[in-house]
Structures are given as C-alpha cells and as structure tokens.
Design a protein around this ligand. Structure first.
Ligand code: FAD
Length: 496
C-alpha cells in the first residue's frame, strides 16, 4: 500500500516537473479569473455613490418614504427615519389605540429598541409592561419545569405588553419624532412613476400620498405586497388569543409554554399582564406536509384552543374552573419569509409580517418587525444621502435583516421539524432543567426570546449537555420505560 502511494507521488512530481510552464500559466490564469470574479461581485454589490434623486429633488408635498401600516415594523421605521431628518408618512387603516391579536410577549431585542425610542419608560410609567421572571415549559410527555431567570440573565428575557398600548405608544412616538401619521387611511393601491421616481399611494376614499420609497408594513396578509406581486401565497401559520380576567384564574407564573404532543411543533402559551390579566394563545406552526402544521391544520385551531381550556391537564389547571375568558380570536402567521422571493426592489422595501419576518419555530415577530423596521430606516436614510433608490441600494436592507435575524430562520425551521418528528427532544430539555435548575432554564429562555440565535444550540457548552440529556431521556423512555407519559387529555364529562 505504502509502495503504491510512493509510486503515485513520484509520478505526480514527474508530471509537474515536465509541465512546469503549463502549470504556472494555469495557476496564473486561475488567480486572475478569481480576482476578476471577486472584483465583479463587489462592483455588483456596491451601492451607487450618487443617483438621479439627490437631496433637495423631492417635490413639495411628497415624502421620502410612504409607509403602509402603523404596526411595530412601520412605526419603528417611521420613528428612525424621522429621527434621521427624513420626511415620512405612515398610512394606517385603523385609529390608535387599536387592538392586534397577539401573545403580547415582547422579546429582548424589541425591549432594547423600545428603550432607545423612549417608549419603554412610558410603558413602565403607565404600568403597561410586566417583566417576566417566573416561567418555564411543559414538554410533550408532561415533564415540566418552572423557575426564575431574571437573576441568571441579569435582565428579564421578555415582557408582556398589550398590543393596544404597545402599538399606540410606538406610533405616537414616531409622530412625535416628526412622522406624518395618517389614521383611518386604508391603502387600496400604489403605482410607481418611473419618470418622476415617485410612488402614488391611494386610499379607499380616493386620497393620494406621494413618496420616493414605498414601505409595505401592512401585516401578515399583506394585501399591498400581494397586489404588487411580491407576495404570492397566503400565510400558512395561525394563532389564537383570548384574554383571561385577572383574579379569576389559578396562574401564579409570568409565562409558560405548553407543548401538547398532538399539535407539535405548535404550542400554547400563557403570559401575565401587570393587572394579573392573562393572555392565552395557541400557535399552529407550519411543518411536515404542505398545508399542515404538524398533524393538524388551521381548521383545528378553535377545537384545540377550546379543548385545552377544559381538558388539557396542565392548561386547564393553570386557567382554573372559574376563569372569565373572552371568546377566541385568531390571526395568521407568515413565518420565515414564506410566500416571498424578495423583500426589496427599486424604490420599495417590505418589512415585518408583510415580509414573513416571524420566527419559524416560536411564532414571535414583534422583535423582528422592529429590528427590520429600523434596518429599513437606516437603508432609506443612506439612500437619501446618495440619491440612488434603485434595487442596488434597497438590497442593502435585505443584507441587514439577514445579518440581524434572517440567518437564523433555517435553524428555527429545522428545529420545528425536529421537535415535530422527535418530541423526546423537548422532554430531554425539561428533564435537564429539572436536574440543573434555573441555569438550564435561563439558557433556554435566552434562545427562545432571541437574546441568542438558535444556532446557540450548536455551541459545545449547550450541544454537549443537551446531547447527553437526549441519550438519557431515550434510555429512560424507550429502553427502561421508567418515564411515564403524563400528557393525556382529561376525560370529557359523560353525556347525560
Ligand atoms: C395570535 C398571535 C399571537 C402572536 N404572539 C406573539 C408574541 O407573543 N410575541 C411576538 O413577538 N409576536 C407574536 N405574534 C406575531 C406579531 O403579532 C407580529 O409579528 C407583529 O405584529 C408584526 O408587526 P407588523 O408591524 O409587521 O404587522 P402588524 O402588527 O400586523 O401591523 C400591520 C398594520 O398595518 C395596518 N394595515 C393593514 N392593511 C392596511 C392597509 N391596506 N392600509 C393601511 N394600513 C393597513 C394594520 O391595521 C396594522 O396596524 C403573534 C401573532 C399572532 C397572530
């Protein structure tokens, strides 16, 4: 064997010596080709230093940007653009304060933006934010852990804020910064005029607003992005919500996620508001077969939501028999960029739910809406300085959101698939929490609330103990049979 190898090496050296000149030419040519390809790519990606619409070219009455939708993505974008000196209009079909169906869990990256905007202090001053400390989860086989995380993390991983308060405060802060907030302005269409480089955005009543850049921030169903052809499929995820009156329930924690095995990778969650009111939600996350959320469909949501209140052993216990619960409401989730090929074009940017910027595992999208809104504002402000609003420039927005959070979507999607096909993984995490206590819980909370990306799971100090926990759980459940499944629906009352 060694001899054979030596012979091959000898032959290779001989060939090299014989063809020295040819090899040198080939190497040189390859280097030049690679250098040219690199320079070409850089030139393709470079943002033009100047463009056809320099500062001062904006006609009177027109805006640097017209933002359609005054939710977190649109209003955060408007705030940062106004703070940067741009002229912005926010067109919102409702009048603030308006409700938005949501789980109300505001994760760390969103908290940081709210702080920077001066909104967090308003929420705290008005007792509208409840910072979570006691929390945890119940795994598919009923292994549960509820602990405290604030001390271990040095801050609350998330806080609960009712959207009626949150969205109103963000929109009003954008207005205070200089944005022109036009409420009761339902956008029905938008057309771009190449000659002037302006969009004309039209309302149901016929009113018109003109702007250099159109920002679609109109939520998950994204009528405008659909009408313009950028969004080609309806959202595939869905989530319910019901508020539960304070003082009528049995809950003494701040936030818990429940993973009944029949709706994985979806889950139910309960979050507590400052006035002891609860937000109860049931998320169905697209996974597995096309059109399915694991083994269920969006048409199963009402049954799952309502049955859990009465018959789920953990959820029914937390809610209690005397709880005053409002009727279920529901709205769609567009996760992980689903239904869109791009989020930018000439003079156009798509942000938040309209762009599908919801975490494909957790269903959370307030923080990504805000981070994306801010990234869009920064991109538009730099375009405003150069005068180029072509897709070469708007492309920078997509690069920004991918760097901030989009890079993590594939891992979240993969995690949802793994949890659906192998619920034991979540059982192992819960068991590991029971063994290691709050330090493990805090690590989980960090990832689930986006203080850390999902790829954090791959780091050795997380992956190795988790791997060992999975093996241990497998042995306990499948080989020794020492772990019994506690997640069985409570019996329904016998028919009279
Ligand atoms: C039930 C449920 C629970 C959820 N729970 C959580 C959670 O706990 N934590 C979390 O982080 N995320 C959660 N999400 C996701 C979160 O709600 C969204 O990601 C977030 O609201 C996205 O913000 P946005 O500004 O992009 O869109 P939206 O908040 O939907 O705002 C869009 C705005 O556009 C306006 N609009 C729409 N059409 C027009 C039009 N034609 N003209 C003018 N205005 C228009 C709407 O009125 C609205 O104000 C949940 C979602 C659902 C459905």
């Amino acid at each position: 064997m060694v001899k054979a190898l030596e012979q091959v090496m000898e032959k290779a050296e001989k060939l090299f010596a014989e063809n020295k000149k040819e090899v040198a030419i080939a190497a040189g040519a390859t280097t030049v080709a690679l250098a040219w390809a690199y320079a070409y790519r850089r030139a393709q990606n470079a943002v033009p230093k100047s463009g056809p619409y320099p500062a001062g070219s904006l006609p009177a009455g027109a805006y640097d940007a017209v933002i359609v939708g005054g939710g977190p993505s649109g209003s955060v974008c408007a705030y940062y653009m106004s703070r940067g000196g741009a002229k912005v209009a926010v067109l919102e079909k409702e009048t603030f304060p308006r409700d938005k169906y949501c789980g109300d869990a505001v994760c760390t990256p969103a908290i940081n933006i709210l702080k920077d905007m001066g909104v967090l202090e308003q929420l705290i001053a008005n007792n509208e934010a409840h910072f979570a400390d006691a929390g945890g989860f119940v795994s598919p086989n009923g292994t549960s852990y509820i602990g405290v995380s604030k001390q271990k993390l040095g801050q609350a991983a998330c806080c609960a804020v009712k959207r009626i308060n949150l969205d109103m405060r963000i929109a009003k802060q954008a207005q205070k910064a200089g944005a022109d907030l036009k409420e009761k302005f339902e956008v029905t269409g938008a057309t771009f005029d190449k000659a002037t480089g302006l969009w004309t955005v039209t309302s149901a009543s016929g009113a018109q607003v003109k702007g250099r850049v159109l920002v679609c921030a109109d939520g998950a169903t994204s009528r405008l992005a659909t009408k313009l052809g950028y969004c080609t499929a309806p959202p595939q995820g869905v989530c319910s919500r019901a508020f539960i009156e304070g003082g009528t329930h049995n809950t003494d924690f701040d936030g818990v996620c429940f993973y009944p095995k029949w709706s994985l990778p979806g889950y139910a969650a309960i979050f507590r508001h400052p006035n002891d009111e609860l937000n109860y939600c049931y998320y169905l996350i697209p996974c597995g077969k096309q059109g399915y959320c694991g083994d269920v469909k969006d048409s199963d949501l009402a049954r799952l939501h309502n049955d859990a209140i009465k018959y789920d052993p953990f959820i029914s216990k937390a809610i209690g028999p005397n709880a005053k619960i409002e009727r279920m409401r529901a709205a769609s989730l567009r996760l992980g960029g689903q239904g869109l090929k791009t989020t930018y074009d000439d003079h156009l940017i798509i942000v938040g739910d309209a762009a599908g910027h919801i975490d494909p595992y957790t269903g959370e999208g307030i923080h990504t809406a805000m981070m994306g809104g801010k990234a869009a504002a920064e991109t538009i402000l730099s375009m405003r300085a150069t005068g180029d609003f072509s897709s070469k420039s708007t492309k920078q927005y997509e690069a920004r959101w991918k760097e901030l959070y989009g890079h993590d979507f594939w891992m979240s999607k993969a995690f949802a698939e793994v949890v659906y096909r192998c619920p034991l993984l979540l059982d192992a995490v819960a068991s590991e929490m029971q063994r290691k206590g709050d330090s493990m819980m805090a690590k989980w909370a960090e990832i689930m609330t986006n203080m850390q990306p999902k790829t954090y799971f791959l780091r050795p100090h997380v992956a190795i103990p988790l791997g060992i926990a999975v093996i241990r759980e497998f042995i306990d459940q499948k080989i020794l049979g020492t772990k019994k499944d506690k997640y069985q629906m409570l019996p329904m009352p016998a028919a009279k």
